[in-house]
Design a protein around this ligand. Structure first.
Ligand code: UDP
Length: 328
């Protein structure tokens, strides 16, 4: 039976991964370490499972006498809006988190890490294979995230070299879907939240910059197979994402087409905004035969929009109830 720790388990991806972890019959104990910086208790509120234990703590300082068979390190903001506000904290979560959590791993344990396509920076080749070394500015506004992910990769692969650490590193491309914060700030969720509230969808620059938008269920399926389900010898890094590259403007227009009365407003371009991003999935297809990020953005955006609508309806029902109770 396996004892697993997941940092960042109350976040967008972490909570989806927990749903999959709890389906495992070999799971004895699941410890979730999360400081609720960008994560939320609401993301795991539906879970009632005695194997799960929640520790509201920073990954970089969490202490336990217990040692784990598997550690999945996801603790980090992933939205530029959030990590640019607190760069030191972002670096601590990634690198400090990995350094600390490594001490909690059993000698033959496995350490899984969510790295990012941001390690490719503003890429000069497309699509980007794992062998591409990237084009990152270590003094730029995105560097706290890009470089701390890169450094954590370095830490893990070097630990593999010197100590035979069993590592699994995925490089995730843009991911969207239910359980993104309404104030997350990343494109898909921001466009939906804006369309449903103010009706004004903000596109930075002309919107010609492109991304490969992956629906959360597809991405989680790839992570689950790579982290624990498939008998795999490859340790990564492994690109996981949708390889259908679509402009920001096209996504914004599609969201507006689903919400009558909403419209696009162009704002100043963001400094060092990558112009393009698309995974080369050759390796992923070899390592995870049959896996594909199949959900087209039209379908994924519709499902995400429905989820946001439901959340907003629940939110306003609760507010009305509170206002009603206060008036009594
Ligand atoms: N973007 C935008 N308006 C928004 C949020 C994002 O035009 O309200 C653009 C952003 O400038 C970038 C792309 O959408 O070109 C993806 O941004 P996101 O923050 O989702 O992720 P990134 O790939 O930049 O980390």
């Amino acid at each position: 039976m396996r004892s697993v720790l997941i940092s960042g388990g109350c976040g967008f991806l972490g909570s989806h991964l927990i749903d999959r972890l709890l389906l495992r019959t070999d799971l004895e104990r699941l410890v979730v370490v999360d400081n609720l910086w960008t994560g939320s208790m609401r993301n795991i509120a539906h879970i009632d499972d005695p194997r799960l234990g929640l520790e509201i703590q920073d990954a970089e300082s969490f202490v336990s006498h217990h040692r784990f068979d598997e550690i999945i390190h996801l603790a980090s903001p992933a939205s530029p809006l959030w990590y640019m506000r607190e760069p030191a904290r972002t670096i601590r979560a990634n690198i400090g988190g990995a350094l600390n959590l490594l001490t909690l791993l059993k000698p033959d344990g496995r350490f899984c890490f969510a790295s990012t396509s941001e390690v490719y920076g503003d890429p000069l080749v497309s699509p980007q294979p794992e062998t591409y070394r990237g084009s990152v500015d270590c003094t730029g506004p995105r560097s706290s995230y890009d470089e701390s992910k890169r450094c954590t990769e370095a830490l893990l692969f070097e630990q593999r070299r010197v100590a035979d650490l069993d590592v699994r590193v995925v490089r995730l491309f843009n991911t969207y879907g239910p359980r993104t914060r309404i104030d997350d700030g990343r494109a898909v969720s921001n466009f939906i939240a804006q369309a449903l509230t103010t009706g004004i969808v903000t596109v930075y620059g002309d919107g010609a910059q492109s991304r490969s938008w992956g629906y959360v269920d597809d991405i989680i399926e790839g992570m689950e197979r790579f982290f624990w389900r498939d008998p795999i010898t490859h340790q990564g890094p492994l690109n996981i994402g949708n390889n259908c590259e679509i402009s920001v403007l096209e996504i914004a227009e599609f969201v507006c087409s689903l919400v009558p009365g909403s419209r696009i407003e162009h704002h100043a371009p963001v400094p060092q905004d990558p112009t393009n991003r698309c995974p080369d999935l050759t390796l992923a297809r070899q390592v995870l035969p049959g896996w594909e990020a199949r959900t087209a953005y039209q379908e994924g955006v519709r499902m995400t929009l429905e989820w946001f609508r439901e959340q907003m309806a629940i939110g306003s029902a609760l507010e009305n109830r509170a206002a009603g109770a206060a008036a009594l």
